[in-house]
Design a protein around this ligand. Structure first.
Ligand code: CO
Length: 213
């Protein structure tokens, strides 16, 4: 088998040299701890790397990625990342960043069976059902998929705002904004969907959580 992975180790050595050339304290500073201002919830897709596309450095963004940037409220991984980011790191912004051409979203639009992943895609299909009137009306499949990516991000922003973790931060007057963005693979640009949540007021009352007794 081709040992293509070896180039990663080589690249790492080059990268270390480069960083030290620019800043001899680069690693010693980072080893002291992290104070990122942002939590990024993005897609696992290899074409959407959080740091590269936002021009941020190690230490600046706390990252969680999964297929189709989902906020599933029974996902221990997501909840643990969210809890640590909000309660310990006290990030100021949470960014859900989807991307056009998302394989997870496109698969969720179809009827093909893929195996275990169908259970994950079900969460995305549920988003389609919430928005089916708008989505079914878009006849062009590519355009429909693009809009589905956008409404999926909006739902994940909403789902973050429904969590006790985010709501407790708000009731403690901790500054925390939840943003919804979409990255375009075709031109590399990020679009802000303008669906930022900063408090519970835009959520249906049934999701409002009082402070813990
Ligand atoms: Co994707």
């Amino acid at each position: 088998m081709e040992k293509s992975y070896l180039k990663l180790i080589e690249n790492n050595k080059k990268w270390v040299k480069e960083q030290l050339k620019n800043d001899p304290k680069f690693f010693t500073d980072l080893a002291n701890g992290q104070t990122p201002e942002y939590l990024w919830i993005g897609c696992s897709d290899s074409r959407v790397p959080a740091n590269e596309i936002t021009g941020t450095k190690p230490g600046e963004v706390f990252v969680h990625r999964n297929i189709a940037n989902m906020v599933v409220h029974s996902d221990m991984n997501l909840l643990s990342v969210l809890s640590y980011a909000v309660e310990v790191l006290k990030v100021k912004h949470i960014i859900v960043c989807g991307h056009y051409g998302c394989g997870g979203v496109i698969a969720a639009m179809g009827t093909k069976q893929y195996g275990l992943i169908d259970n994950w895609l079900r969460h995305i299909k549920d988003v389609y059902r919430f928005h089916y009137l708008e989505l079914d009306a878009i006849k062009d499949e590519t355009q429909r998929a693009r809009r589905f990516v956008e409404v999926n991000v909006m739902e994940q922003v909403r789902d973050l705002s429904k969590t006790s973790i985010v709501q407790n931060a708000w009731s403690n007057d901790q500054p925390l904004h939840v943003h919804g963005w979409v990255y375009d693979l075709n031109d590399g640009l990020i679009k802000d969907l303008g669906v930022t949540f900063t408090c519970t007021k835009d959520l249906h009352a049934v999701y409002h959580l009082d402070e813990k007794l």
